[in-house]
Design a protein around this ligand. Structure first.
Ligand SMILES: Nc1ncnc2c1ncn2[C@@H]1O[C@H](COP(=O)(O)OP(=O)(O)O)[C@@H](O)[C@H]1O
Ligand SMILES: [Mg+2]
Length: 400
């Protein structure tokens, strides 16, 4: 991995870009994880990398989380059956293929239960209202289930060779910690500590368990209300008793997934927007990945404003527009001058955004020497079809 920062012609720090062609083509990369805060383009980048890799000859599966509707449609993700389906319209002439799927959190949790217990026990658990609430609203469930799915896909890939690259999108976590902590959290949750907490007040017969529940589980109010009937205690007990036998399996699995994330064959990409808050979160993410010794390939700054006339600064465009505007007031200006003034003002606005983006990226790069950074230009429109994804893929590969 190119990690050397080198000075640019202006003497300012400049990051080496991420070597995407290598990342995507190199057989020794088998998992790419796109992470970052919500709305920065994780799903888009994951899908774009999937298309790029597949058309370069890799056998790829992309796991997406809540893709925008139109993008989901063009990836053929209208069927919500929690398994990968081939994407239509991929150029397979290099021998590659692309499958895509959308994570169904609840169904993934159900699969875990089914795989780790007898059919009777599983039925008991799945029917339990407490489980039903837990599987759809335990804080971190989505994060954990994304990782669980990754683990399943990875096992399937190893078994039948259907895929040699898994690209994973991650949930729009409020906190970066949620995502990284998910396997560990579920590990310790299933460790029995949480379960003991649940059981203790039940034994005492008090109402204390309500406090434990509200502290430990983020639950929709309506679900809470529905569950607070007399049925509650029994549900919890049944659930815990049934789950008890599955602890070993669950925990081991969470640990295995964590190890998979830290493997050399995995590459993490932190996606960010060229704004202060998003880059601050990216910093935090980079730090956390480092702490956990997760393999970071680099940071993608997505939707960076680019200009057609890059040498015309916002200040100069504004000044020129000013001059033309004054001529207009004098009555000496023409229609062309008015039009030019308008265009200059538009340019000045865009240039200001571009300058701001550049300043933020610059500061980020200076603060993270040695971390590869790749910028992706903002497209004029949302990315909602294969063509758009190909353009993003090309931008990633040509950046630098
Ligand atoms: N480089 C880009 N240029 C223009 N629009 C983009 C770009 N990257 C992402 N988008 C758009 O931004 C929106 C959010 O992207 P998405 O990938 O869903 O973000 P996330 O998965 O991080 O929440 C989508 O509408 C997507 O089409
Ligand atoms: Mg998304």
């Amino acid at each position: 991995m190119a990690r050397e920062a080198y000075p640019s012609v202006h003497g300012a720090p400049e990051a080496a870009p991420i070597d995407f062609e290598r990342l995507v083509r190199d057989e020794s990369t088998s998992i790419i994880v796109c992470c970052g805060s919500g709305g920065v383009g994780k799903t888009t980048i994951a899908a774009a990398l999937g298309v790029r890799a597949a058309e370069a000859g890799r056998k790829v599966v992309v796991l997406t989380i809540d893709p925008a509707r139109r993008l989901a449609q063009s990836l053929g993700l209208s069927e919500l059956d929690n398994t990968p389906r081939p994407v239509v319209g991929i150029d397979t002439s290099s021998g590659g293929s692309l499958d895509a799927m959308m994570l169904d959190m609840k169904r993934t949790f159900d699969e875990v239960v089914l795989n780790h217990s007898t059919p009777e026990k599983a039925e008991q658990i799945l029917a339990n209202p407490f489980y039903q609430a837990l599987s759809s609203s335990f804080a971190g469930t989505q994060e954990y289930m994304a990782m669980e799915k990754l683990s399943q896909l990875s096992e399937e890939a190893a078994e039948n060779g259907r895929w040699d690259l898994i690209v994973v999108d991650t949930p729009p976590s409020r906190s970066a910690l949620d995502f990284l902590d998910a396997p560990k959290r579920l590990g310790s949750f299933l460790d029995g500590r949480f379960i003991r907490l649940l059981m203790a007040p039940a034994k005492a017969g008090g109402r204390a368990y309500l406090k434990v529940l509200s502290g430990g589980i983020t639950m929709a109010t309506s679900v809470m209300t529905r569950l607070l009937g007399g049925q509650m205690l029994q549900d919890v007990q049944t659930f815990v008793a049934a789950l008890d036998t599955m602890f070993g399996g669950f925990r081991q699995r969470a640990e295995k997934t964590y190890a998979l994330l830290g493997d050399r064959r995995t590459a993490f990409l932190v996606v960010a927007a060229p704004e202060r808050d998003a880059l601050r979160e990216a910093s935090y993410f980079v730090q956390r990945l480092d702490q956990e010794q997760m393999p970071l390939a680099g940071v993608i700054v997505n939707r960076v404003q680019r200009l057609a006339a890059a040498s015309l600064t916002s200040a100069r465009a504004d000044a020129a527009a000013e001059v033309l505007g004054e001529e207009g007031v004098d009555g000496t200006g023409s229609q062309t001058a008015a039009l030019t003034e308008g265009l200059l003002r538009v340019h000045a606005d865009l240039a200001q955004t571009a300058e701001r983006h550049h300043a933020h990226v610059h500061r980020f790069v200076a603060g993270h020497p040695g971390i590869p950074v790749t910028e992706v230009p903002a497209a004029a429109q949302d990315i909602h079809d294969l063509e758009g994804l190909r353009e993003i893929g090309a931008a990633l590969s040509s950046a630098g």
